[in-house]
Design a protein around this ligand. Structure first.
Ligand code: DX5
Ligand code: ZN
Length: 220
């Protein structure tokens, strides 16, 4: 059985104590850090750029999973790879030439994932799935932490999980948005491999959350 991974989305952390929050996430057993990059165009919010990602990379041993919610991701991807990204996730909706962009990310020895917004069908990914390392299902409208999980995201996870099995592929399935201790089990049952948690992790006692996460993922 593949171990389900927990990715800490720092969007919901206390940014005035960023280093402490990151070290805590590492200490309690999170598997990676999920960094949300927003440009105020693709989503109605702005976050951090490559310089801060580079500093985060220096401050932690955790791998950095960089989620680009930006227009023109082909301009930005290399800058985040150079800043220390382990994964780059680009949105299907944000690039006309996904195949080219994916090849360029993978050519730099970086994991390449594609994300889809809640209103986008996973069927649109049919001809890219064999080339990518993962799919990120956005289970809220991207831009903010603390929103409610959109239930039909589960169907997308199931669809991708079946596709993966039928075509003997190995891409990972990530879920991002509205994840909490009450829905994690259903995400895993549907086929999620990597669970991204923001407010559910940073707004409570992190070690309690991770303990419960591990219990939930152990029984599957
Ligand atoms: C939202 C971001 C998420 C966000 C999730 O656009 O992509 O990573 O941090 O936050 P929660 O887990 O609070 O929904
Ligand atoms: Zn994200």
């Amino acid at each position: 059985m593949i171990q389900i991974k927990l990715l800490a989305s720092i969007l919901s952390c206390n940014f005035l104590k960023l280093e402490e929050e990151i070290k805590d996430a590492e200490l309690v057993g999170c598997d990676m850090l999920h960094l949300d990059i927003m440009d105020g165009h693709f989503v109605p919010n702005i976050t951090i750029g490559p310089d801060i990602v580079r500093q985060i990379h220096k401050a932690t041993k955790l791998k950095l999973d960089v989620h680009l919610m930006v227009e023109n991701p082909s301009f930005w991807s290399e800058k985040f790879i150079n800043a220390g990204a382990y994964s780059i996730t680009v949105h299907q909706e944000a690039d006309y030439h996904l195949n080219r962009l994916i090849n360029s990310i993978k050519g730099k020895n970086t994991r390449a994932l594609v994300s889809i917004n809640p209103a986008t069908s996973p069927i649109l990914l049919e001809y890219i799935l064999e080339y990518i390392d993962g799919v990120l299902i956005m289970s809220v409208n991207p831009g903010f932490g603390g929103q409610a999980f959109i239930e039909n995201s589960l169907k997308k996870i199931e669809y991708l999980s079946k596709f993966k099995y039928l075509h003997n592929l190995e891409f990972v399935i990530q879920v991002d948005g509205g994840v909490n201790l009450d829905n994690i089990k259903s995400l895993i049952d549907a086929g999620a491999d990597e669970i991204i948690a923001g407010s559910a992790l940073f707004k409570v006692n992190k070690s309690e959350f991770v303990k419960k996460f591990k219990e939930l993922t152990r029984v599957t």
